[in-house]
Design a protein around this ligand. Sequence first.
Ligand code: ADP
Ligand code: MG
Length: 246
Amino acid sequence: MENIKLSYQTMTGETQAIKDISFTVEAGDFIAIVGPSGCGKSTLLSCVAGLTQPTSGQVIINGKKVDSINRYTGYMMQTDNLLPWRTIYSNVLLGLEIQKKLTEENIAYAEHLLQKYGLWSFRDSYPSALSGGMRQRVSLIRTLAVKPDLLLLDEAFSALDYQTRLNVSRDVYSILRSEKKTMLMVTHDIPEAVSLCDRVLVLSQRPAVIAADIRCDFGPGRDPVAVRNTQLYHTYFDRVWKEMAE
Ligand code: ADP
Ligand code: MG
């Protein structure tokens, strides 16, 4: 992200959402973006996906400027967006279908993901038969089936109850790590940000700038639920909390 600035033009005037944001994400990094409601977090993700163009500045992925919807990214939101009239299997193939990439190889990969992540026996079920947590996992697999390098999660777990949220976030963590993906995640949940991510970017009030960039290093092989009992976790939590309070 290079000097991203973004203003929305509305009937009543101009809303400056992002003042000036720059940061670099390495392949394989998990980054959390936290900040007050309405400060421009979703806008930022939208720029990375190429759905919104910044007023000035640029997003560069793998050396190329993002100037339209880009195929490097997959997007996951609060609602799972599964189509209720399609089975789990045909929901998972939807992205490939839309992108006209229903090749034998891609179908095999989607089936492999369903098997590896415990959803194969539900392939002929409809979304209504699955729990919220399972539906979010199906949604993730559908996103992964088109092989994006970078996953954008916008409050992806916030509609789930606490227990499910813990389990799903742990699943998503291990799935994205084992598929060697890069993740940019917006959340308002500090525990989620600290326990899942290598770095937490704290945004200011709108118009957003980066108020703090906090590294959360727990060493190799972290378990996002178990780390919550460590001293280090509390140290990182306090740092993020203090920055947000300011
Ligand atoms: P966050 O995700 O951090 O809650 P958003 O990125 O959704 O914040 O929005 C940032 C600011 O931009 C808010 O003040 C919001 O009202 C405004 N905004 C977002 N989308 C639009 C839009 N399409 N048109 C006009 N204003 C918008
Ligand atoms: Mg938002």
